[in-house]
Design a protein around this ligand. Structure first.
Ligand code: ADE
Ligand code: ZN
Ligand code: ZN
Length: 241
């Protein structure tokens, strides 16, 4: 996602933190907060000393995998990817031996990666660079499918991230429970399933006209909400209570 999407997810997560998690996170972040730090991994990405974190934002797989095969593929992948990075940064955050500085870094990446993997293009194919190579027209302007999903559809309503978080944050208790019970591999599988028809559709009809936003707004909103709720879930699990 772009800035707006990540901030929405950070804000929704804040709303669902336990007291313990909230206190521990404030201890780590000081005056910074989840919505603000959510975009840190994108801000450091262009710097050579952080080049190794570039593959931590996504996972590419072939199309047409079934659930078991997909999950086996992403959970056993050797090269750096979002699934691996999420596990590693969670381990670091949980480990009492980790320095405060490294815990802050881990927390910022966890916030970001949980968000990114709910964006269907972040689990799309390598050949299309996660939709980056699929040229489309969106609202009459040249763009690509990845960018449309990162920010085009999120920015369309032209409201602040706080307003969007408030509008979206109406998950029922049973949705919250169900979403938080799903393990991370399931989040990736959901995104992967969403990505496939989106790639095919945009390749066949690259002019994403006025029907595209209303068609996919509910999907975008659901993925932002699920990401926020699940981010709170993993942080509550780390800190207890
Ligand atoms: N962002 C940059 N490269 C990407 C890729 N190959 N897949 C998904 N997102 C990306
Ligand atoms: Zn992206
Ligand atoms: Zn990212």
């Amino acid at each position: 996602w772009g800035v707006e999407g990540h901030r929405v997810i950070g804000k929704i997560a804040e709303n669902h933190l336990s007291k313990k998690a909230r206190a521990q996170i404030q201890q780590l972040l000081g005056t910074e907060r989840l919505p603000l730090v959510s975009t840190f991994p994108d801000e450091i990405r262009p710097y050579p000393e952080f080049a190794h974190t570039s593959p931590w934002h996504y996972v590419n797989t072939p199309v047409g995998l079934g659930q078991d095969e997909y999950i086996r593929t992403i959970t056993t992948m050797e090269k750096p990817n979002a699934y691996r990075a999420l596990q590693e940064q969670l381990q670091k955050l949980k480990d009492p031996a980790t320095s405060k500085e490294d815990k802050v870094f881990a927390l910022k990446f966890i916030v970001h990666i949980v968000g990114d993997v709910h964006q269907p293009m972040h689990t799309a194919t390598a050949e299309t660079s996660g939709g980056n190579k699929i040229k489309v027209k969106f609202r009459g302007r040249e763009s690509n499918l990845h960018s449309v999903w990162d920010s085009g559809l999120v920015d369309y309503p032209a409201i602040t991230y706080l307003e969007m978080a408030q509008q979206l944050d109406h998950a029922t208790k049973s949705e919250v429970r169900q979403w938080q019970q799903a393990v991370p591999a399931t989040w990736f599988w959901e995104s992967y399933q969403l990505s496939q028809p989106l790639l095919t559709e945009a390749e066949q009809h690259p002019d994403l006209d006025y029907t595209y936003y209303p068609k996919y707004a509910p999907t975008v909103e659901q993925r932002l909400l699920q990401a926020g709720i699940r981010l709170a879930g993993v942080l509550n699990e780390v800190y207890g209570g």
